[in-house]
Design a protein around this ligand. Structure first.
Ligand SMILES: [Zn+2]
Length: 244
């Protein structure tokens, strides 16, 4: 395993990385962690009836800008069908993600939880494909070390109550890691609002006003998948705790 710690985020759409875990990615990139972003689609289907090629070009450009803002130097953008990941077959995605894991040797992988955060079928498909990919890497005999931790992004129940979140949330006591991203909130905000301008018509936590929204977005919560390395006792604020 390379000496420099590495983090791989496996997500579905351009803007998932910014609005969901932008603070976490900016924090670890800023601290010298190798941050790799795997994005399965170019987001070409978000506006019904629009030219998919034009949408793809726009969203690629927006994602490239967000990567600069967040400090992500390594982007693996795929062109699987936006809105069609659940029909692609988990094995196709899993094999590609497993190859990325073998190549990048991340210590920590982040993806969606089983609810896909917003129940979006593409997000749920990424959850299953990433689980399968990690299992493939763990089962293989070879030089590639499997990631020590597979983490799922989630919304804490207290945050869900504060913002009227209508999707599944995780009881606060079951959260494994909470990252206070206040120091990186400006970057997250720039990436979400300015770089991904085409998507801010539907902002995260849209039930509340701008101030309450960014208060809620200043924390990012994670749970650990089964078979992940536990955090050291008392440690709840660092995905890499005990791994450096
Ligand atoms: Zn998404």
């Amino acid at each position: 395993m390379p000496d420099r710690p590495a983090l791989l985020a496996v997500l579905a759409h351009p803007d998932d990385e910014s609005r969901i875990i932008g603070g976490t990615l900016a924090k670890y990139a800023g601290e010298g962690t190798r941050v790799v972003l795997y994005c399965a689609t170019a987001g070409e289907a978000w506006r019904a009836g629009a030219d998919p090629d034009a949408q793809r070009r726009l969203r690629r450009r927006e994602l490239a800008g967000a990567c600069v803002t967040l400090g992500i130097a390594d982007l693996r953008l795929r062109t699987y069908p936006d809105g069609g990941l659940d029909r692609l077959g988990a094995d196709v995605l899993a094999a590609d993600i497993a190859a990325t894991i073998r190549e990048c040797a991340p210590h920590v992988v982040i993806t969606f939880g089983p609810e896909g955060r917003t129940l979006h079928p593409d997000h749920v498909a990424m959850h299953h494909a990433t689980n399968r990919a990690v299992a493939l890497v763990r089962a293989a005999v070879g030089p590639a070390a499997p990631p020590a931790r597979l983490c799922y992004t989630t919304v804490a129940a207290s945050v869900a109550r504060a913002v009227g979140w209508r999707f599944p949330a995780t009881p606060d006591a079951a959260i494994a890691v909470t990252i206070d991203v206040t120091p990186w909130l400006d970057r997250k905000r720039r990436a979400t609002v300015i770089d991904h301008a085409s998507q801010y018509h539907d902002p995260p936590f849209s039930n509340v006003d701008e101030a309450a929204r960014w208060r809620a977005l200043a924390r990012e919560d994670f749970v650990l998948a089964a078979d992940s390395l536990s955090l050291p006792p008392g440690e709840r604020s660092d995905l890499f705790a005990g791994l450096r």
